[in-house]
Design a protein around this ligand. Structure first.
Ligand code: HEC
Ligand code: HEC
Ligand code: HEC
Ligand code: HEC
Ligand code: HEC
Ligand code: HEC
Ligand code: HEC
Ligand code: HEC
Length: 445
């Protein structure tokens, strides 16, 4: 009898292990996905932070060495760099700076960016205020060339004079590139530092028991806001009113959610760049995919994963900034949650059955089909900005929307083929629903 019980127990244990081992991986995320949704207009900033001030990342370093170290090695720490402290931050070849440049290396105080392009901040008095202007040439890192830069063409054409020397960075750039500027108008730290995501930290640094905002503690949809304050194209919120025009905001149009601090309701500060499904605009293709950089948020809010509660930080560690073009994590990024033959897809039993490419082919990399390169960093840059609209765009949709074929995943690797014949491949693989077999474009679920 005892022996029988022992064996019964043993078999039960094995069965349990088998069931648990085969649970879809997404079950690990049920807590995150099923959290109570908090309305978008609720202020989540801890009361203890309301009176706090910005103190800079050096104050956090003493107690959070590891986080500081991770962050310091990331690009967020290198966005704005002081040329006076270290000339190695220049990635451009100043010996080739065109003759009609309105600045020299000596005039520039800060560099902006480095990876795709570098622009230069020059002290200037604008509107009788101490401010910065931008040089009329930028360095394109991807092409290795100087390129003309006229910011007034892209930032509120009717609100600023068409002259770089009269175009201030305080209203058009600094809120997203300097910590603290967004809500205080002061350049506390030249970087996207701790307090850009955790809010002002004076009270917490003085007394660690004093609460400080942490974006993953609430509704996952709201978690994204800490990234969307910067990684989402927008318009000056005041333009929402029918009697306000760019002209009426002369010298004052602001291109960041002025006044926002992490935890506060972003909707109260941000007006996202407009997009109408089916219509091409300055920033978006008719299917909602990005034509430009810095559009991750605009695209992602249309995605099914966003609606289900998957967040930016499920794929990008917020301190180390994992998963970049330079250091991709491959299919692992997606297979943390997805598995073959699972409820959330891919529904086919194996990688090859889903992609119809060999397992070790580039054509079996998730992002090659679900995050095609649809955008550019400047008009003269190559097509390298990957879309954060994860739903697959069919060749027939690319054609029906009148988008350049290069933005289509299949065509980008098979440029000797036509969109029509690539669509036929998918049909022969049975990966097209009835709707997509007609030529009518369909907005994604
Ligand atoms: C004097 C030491 C000290 C300083 C300075 C300090 N912290 Fe902390 N911090 C702590 C301690 C202790 C905790 C609690 C750790 C725990 O509960 O696991 C903490 C927790 C946190 C948390 C997590 C909060 C939560 O709800 O889980 C964040 C975020 C944070 N600190 C950010 C910062 C930032 C940003 C700064 C700089 C402005 C800073 N800290 C400065 C000691 C410090
Ligand atoms: C780009 C936004 C961002 C920046 C910059 C940032 N953090 Fe965070 N931090 C987050 C988010 C989001 C979380 C919660 C998710 C997580 O822990 O990964 C977090 C979590 C933390 C925690 C709690 C971690 C734990 O495991 O308990 C601490 C402590 C912290 N951050 C400190 C810092 C410090 C110190 C800096 C600056 C050196 C910093 N953070 C910079 C976004 C950021
Ligand atoms: C205050 C503005 C701001 C906030 C908040 C912010 N970012 Fe960024 N982020 C930037 C800027 C600016 C860059 C470009 C840095 C550069 O190229 O020097 C950047 C770069 C990145 C990169 C590319 C890193 C690389 O190595 O090229 C990733 C990934 C990223 N951010 C993710 C996030 C995530 C996730 C969050 C939210 C947790 C977030 N960011 C919050 C402004 C911001
Ligand atoms: C709403 C926030 C926001 C505003 C306003 C903003 N930026 Fe950025 N900027 C970002 C983010 C986020 C990134 C990185 C993400 C990306 O490029 O996709 C970035 C990237 C850049 C880069 C490329 C960085 C690199 O390493 O290649 C440059 C250069 C740059 N911005 C310059 C400017 C200038 C100049 C202005 C003002 C005329 C400005 N930005 C206004 C958020 C902003
Ligand atoms: C489902 C996973 C996933 C989610 C969610 C996600 N990303 Fe990404 N992101 C990626 C991958 C993968 C790449 C591309 C890396 C590559 O090019 O190989 C990327 C690229 C980026 C880059 C450009 C990095 C570079 O090298 O220039 C930025 C910036 C970025 N993401 C920000 C965000 C922000 C902000 C959010 C939330 C609005 C977000 N991402 C949500 C997976 C994700
Ligand atoms: C943290 C978990 C998680 C990660 C990481 C993740 N996903 Fe998802 N994904 C989900 C969930 C949940 C859904 C919603 C499933 C449903 O609607 O049935 C989903 C849905 C999708 C869909 C179908 C709906 C849509 O958006 O069109 C695609 C395609 C997709 N994911 C691709 C990816 C790719 C590519 C990656 C990696 C870059 C990735 N996912 C990473 C959890 C995740
Ligand atoms: C060769 C292109 C290609 C590659 C590579 C690819 N997919 Fe897909 N994926 C598709 C197509 C086509 C669909 C069907 C789209 C639809 O149903 O609207 C799809 C659909 C999906 C869906 C929706 C659910 C389903 O089963 O239809 C998910 C989730 C998904 N893919 C995840 C992934 C993940 C994770 C990877 C990497 C392991 C990946 N895909 C690699 C082309 C690809
Ligand atoms: C990242 C690049 C890449 C993407 C995206 C891609 N392919 Fe491929 N494809 C390849 C490579 C490389 C091969 C060579 C054989 C292999 O690796 O499986 C191939 C092979 C094929 C073949 C076999 C016949 C041949 O030409 O060798 C077909 C058919 C095909 N792809 C169709 C498609 C379709 C349809 C899509 C979009 C759903 C697509 N591919 C997306 C790279 C890609």
């Amino acid at each position: 009898m005892k022996k029988l019980l022992f064996w019964l127990f043993f078999i039960l244990l094995i069965a349990l292990a088998f069931i648990l081992g085969n649970m879809p991986k997404i079950t690990d995320y049920y807590d995150q996905l099923t959290r109570t949704r908090i309305p978008k207009n609720v202020d989540l900033q801890p009361a203890a932070q309301k009176e706090a001030t910005f103190v800079g990342s050096s104050k956090c370093k003493a107690c959070h060495k590891e986080k500081y170290h991770d962050w310091h090695a990331s690009m967020h720490a290198k966005m704005i760099q002081d040329i006076r402290k270290n000339t190695n931050v220049i990635v451009a070849d100043f010996s080739k700076l065109p003759k009609d440049a309105d600045f020299t290396l000596k005039d520039a105080v800060y560099t902006i960016g480095s990876k795709f392009k570098q622009r230069y901040m020059i002290p200037a008095t604008i509107n009788s205020k101490e401010d910065f202007r931008l040089g009329n040439y930028q360095w394109n890192t991807q092409t290795g060339k100087w390129q003309r830069f006229k910011p007034y063409k892209y930032w509120y054409k009717h609100a600023y004079p068409h002259d770089n020397k009269q175009f201030p960075t305080s209203t058009t750039c600094d809120g997203c590139h300097f910590t603290g500027f967004m809500s205080t108008g002061k350049r506390i730290e030249p970087a996207i530092a701790c307090e850009s995501c955790h809010g002002p930290g004076s009270n917490h640094a003085a007394d660690p028991k004093s609460a400080i905002f942490r974006a993953d503690m609430s509704d996952p949809i709201r978690t994204n806001e800490v990234c969307l304050q910067c990684h989402m194209r927008n318009r000056d919120k005041r333009l929402q009113a029918s009697n306000v025009t760019q002209k009426s905001l002369w010298m004052q149009a602001v291109d960041y959610p002025q006044g926002f601090e992490p935890g506060k309701p972003l909707v109260a500060y941000k007006l996202p760049a407009p997009f109408t499904p089916g219509k091409e605009s300055k920033e978006f293709w008719p299917n909602g995919a990005a034509k430009k950089n810095r559009t991750q948020g605009n695209e992602y809010v249309h995605d099914a994963m966003y609606r289900h509660g998957i967040t930016c930080i499920n794929c990008h560690d917020p301190h180390r900034l994992t998963n970049t073009a330079k250091k991709p994590e491959g299919n692992r990024t997606c297979m943390k949650c997805h598995s073959f033959g699972s409820l959330i897809g891919p529904h086919q039993p194996t990688l090859e059955a889903h992609t119809h490419h060999k397992a070790d082919s580039k054509g079996s990399q998730c992002i090659e089909c679900h995050m095609p390169k649809t955008g550019k960093h400047t008009g003269k840059s190559p097509l390298t900005v990957r879309s954060h609209r994860f739903a697959f765009t069919y060749p027939a949709q690319t054609e029906a929307y009148g988008m350049p074929p290069q933005t289509n995943a299949c065509f980008s690797c098979h440029q000797d083929r036509t969109l029509k014949s690539l669509q036929k491949d998918l049909e022969s693989w049975g990966m097209v629903s009835w709707e997509e077999m007609s030529d009518t474009p369909r907005m994604q679920k």
